[in-house]
Structures are given as C-alpha cells and as structure tokens.
Write a protein that binds this ligand. Structure first.
Ligand SMILES: O=C(CO)COP(=O)(O)O
Length: 251
C-alpha cells in the first residue's frame, strides 16, 4: 500500500513570519502521516521557521532545490548535507521552473538525486511535457525519457522510496488542470517506466504525484485514480484553509 502524499510547493511566495503563522494555523488539523503525508516545500530562507514550527506535528518538510555537492566553493547554492542536518525530509528536484529559468539539465537532476540519497534525504523528482510536446503527440515519450534520465544509477531500493511528480507545464499556474484521465494516463506511464527500468515490485512502491492547478475542488477525483498517489500543489497550498482541504481530502 502506498501512503498518499500531498505536498505544497510554495515557490518564492512566503517569508519566515508568514511561514510560522501558516504552520501554527494548520499543524493541529493535519491527517495522521500514516494515512496521508502532508508536506510543505519552502524556499531555503523559510526552512528554519518551517522546521521549528512543525516540530512534533505531522507536517513534513521539503526543500525546493539543492546542489549536488555536499560542500565547497559553490556560491549561492544549498547543501543537501546541511538540509539533512537541519531536519528536512524531502527535496524537490527537476521542477519545470528550474529546468526552464535556471537551465537545469537531466544530468544535473540525476546528480542531485544521488546527492539527496547520499545524505539520507528523499527526492521528489518532477517531470512533465510542454503544450507543444503534448500537441505533437510526444508527451509519453518525453516523460519516459525524463524519468529514465533522472533515475540513472539509482538502486531499486532507492527508487522504491522516492516520489515522482508528473507536472504538465501547460497546467502549472494556468488554472488549466489536466483532466483526471489525462493525469492518470501519464502517471501510469511513469510507473510503467519504473517497472521497465527495475521491476514491478519497485514500480508498485514508487509514489507518483500529479501537479498542475490541483485545488480542493479537483483533488478527490485526481486521488481516486489508480496511479496517482498524491499532488504537488502550488497556488492552492499558500492559504491554510485551502491546504487543509487538500491534505484532508479523504474527509
Ligand atoms: O508547479 C506546481 C507545483 O510544483 C503547480 O503549481 P499550481 O498548483 O499553482 O498550478
């Protein structure tokens, strides 16, 4: 049985004070983490406030990015080793915004995945096609290639423990959600890709999230799909009531 995982991705929208207020507002109303895992991915500058206020609650903490080296002369980067020392659980890597605006390559993302595991953290690896790729009929192949590249050299045990987020770029921040069937179709491709690269046991364990305009109104239908184990949520994760409605989708 895969434990559902709903993660807010705050992107660059909150400061430490807002972070503390948010966590205080939600921490006692989260589902038990063995039933649904509630995660917030926050900018590095907000992680201390997030961790401090989430202590003793069911809220898990993710960084939005990290570097693939543990330490050294890498001005402006975030060390996965330090994230682990701070008490972070997950690191989001390969988000389309990082790929597009910061020119992250499949190779960078693969190196980051290795660095995250080396430091005892768990990656949430993002993949997803542009509208152009979808309209050309290449969405499945695109996602299969991104997943294959991101997982290169990881063990079956590592892959069974990680999270892959399918986020079609055309559905991010646009209000345009993939239909639950469209989302399921590609999340299934993600799982099949893992089965082909590893085996069915690993594929049955890996958790696959859908992301792109997920909100309280559509989360239940998306989560009812066989291959969708969670959501990676931007805009709708920024307000406590909306976040609570998402993580408590089971009622
Ligand atoms: O990019 C996303 C989450 O990582 C999705 O963002 P929205 O939920 O705002 O569409």
């Amino acid at each position: 049985m895969r434990t559902p995982i709903i993660a807010g991705n705050w992107k660059m929208n909150m400061n430490p004070e807002q972070t503390a207020e948010f966590v205080k507002a939600v921490k006692d109303q989260l589902p038990d983490s063995s039933v649904v895992e509630s995660v917030i991915a926050a900018p590095a500058v907000d992680l201390p406030a997030l961790l401090e206020n989430a202590k003793g609650s069911d809220l898990k903490v993710a960084a939005e990015n990290c570097y693939f080296e543990d330490e050294g002369a890498f001005t402006g980067e975030t060390s996965p080793k330090v994230l682990k020392e701070m008490g972070v659980d997950y690191v989001v890597i390969g988000h389309s915004e990082r790929r597009d605006y910061f020119h992250e390559t499949d190779e960078d993302i693969n190196k980051k995945a290795h660095a995250i595991f080396r430091n005892g953290l768990t990656p949430i690896i993002c993949c997803g096609e542009s509208l152009e790729t979808r309209e050309a009929g290449n969405a499945e192949k695109w996602v299969e290639e991104q997943v294959t590249a991101a997982l290169k050299g990881l063990t079956g045990e590592q892959v069974a423990s990680l999270v892959i987020a399918y986020e079609p770029i055309w559905a991010i921040g646009t209000g345009k959600t993939a239909t639950a069937d469209q989302a399921e179709e590609i999340c299934k491709v993600v799982r099949e890709t893992v089965a082909n690269l590893y085996d069915q046991t690993v594929a049955d364990k890996v958790r696959v999230q859908y992301g792109g305009s997920v909100k309280p109104e559509n989360v239940k239908e998306l989560m009812s799909k066989e291959n969708i184990d969670g959501g990676l949520v931007g805009g709708a994760s920024l307000v406590p009531d909306s976040y609570l409605a998402l993580v408590n989708y089971k009622g």
